[in-house]
Design a protein around this ligand. Structure first.
Ligand SMILES: Nc1ncnc2c1ncn2[C@@H]1O[C@H](COP(=O)(O)OP(=O)(O)OP(=O)(O)O)[C@@H](O)[C@H]1O
Ligand SMILES: [Mg+2]
Length: 239
């Protein structure tokens, strides 16, 4: 069963076609990696799918409903949630309060929202920072906080935009393990990432974007053998 269908999705900014005729179908519980060089249109694709930007052309069907043109908050309420490449927590609020703001979208009472937020904080193993101001968290903590704020909205489909970027290698492995656990628990994920080891460890299929377009879509390990993909993106390490 497909959870997301993207048909002919295109975004033009004056002269530039940032996203150019993307067609993907994402199965329920799938983990789809998305790679491509800087400026390939990956983040713009997320902005279109999650309703932050209206598409120039194309259609987005989520969970059987045509959500094309819906505003982001309505898309999120339907269960399609993204994280941002540039994190923007409320810095003076604690980690728990930051997550509780998101939990409030699901739970009306303050008490229930806090209880839910606490469970999400535990899920992403941020317990030790629960009462720390978000602005004081180290990068690895901020990445988990961004993830927690998205999970607090209880997504069916989660769009992750470079959640590993900026992490030192020692902090990457635990984050990759957490993402694998969330997927194993049944979350459907679209995963933009430059770190190929993480992409290959987690992705069931891989979308390669180049200059806004869909260069390849398929088995991640086969992709690394595809000459066009290697030339466009993966570089000599994979040649
Ligand atoms: N709001 C905007 N207005 C005009 N051009 C934009 C806008 N947003 C993105 N672009 C352009 O669209 C292209 C795709 O950008 P996008 O951020 O989607 O790339 P990306 O694949 O996410 O890159 P990166 O790997 O560096 O994050 C770039 O050329 C970018 O400059
Ligand atoms: Mg980007």
């Amino acid at each position: 069963m497909s959870l997301l269908q993207v048909e002919g999705l295109t975004k033009r900014f004056s002269g530039l076609t940032a996203v150019d005729d993307i067609n993907i179908t994402v199965a329920d519980k799938e983990f789809l990696g998305i790679v491509g060089p800087n400026g390939a249109g990956k983040t713009t694709l997320f902005s279109l799918i999650s309703g932050q930007l209206p598409p120039t052309h194309g259609r987005i069907v989520f969970d059987g409903v045509d959500i094309t043109g819906w505003p982001a908050d309505k898309v999120a309420s339907a269960g399609l949630v993204r994280t941002f490449q540039l994190m923007r927590p409320f810095e003076s609020m604690t980690a728990l309060e930051n997550v509780a703001v998101a939990s409030h979208h699901r739970f009306r009472s303050r008490r229930d929202a806090r209880r839910h937020a606490l469970a999400v904080i535990e899920r992403v193993q941020l317990d030790r920072y629960v009462n720390a101001p978000a602005g004081s968290l180290p990068t690895a903590g901020l990445k988990r906080l961004e993830l927690a704020r998205a999970l607090a909205l209880e997504p069916k489909l989660l769009l992750l935009d470079e959640v590993l970027a900026g992490l030192v290698p020692a902090d990457r492995a635990p984050m990759i393990e957490l993402l694998g656990d969330l997927h194993a628990d049944g979350l459907t994920v679209l995963f933009i990432e430059h770190i190929m080891a993480a992409v290959l460890a987690l992705s069931e299929r891989l979308l390669v974007m180049h200059e806004g377009a869909q260069l390849a879509l398929g088995n991640p390990h086969e992709m690394t053998q595809d000459r066009a993909v290697v030339e466009a993106y993966l570089g000599e390490d994979y040649a």
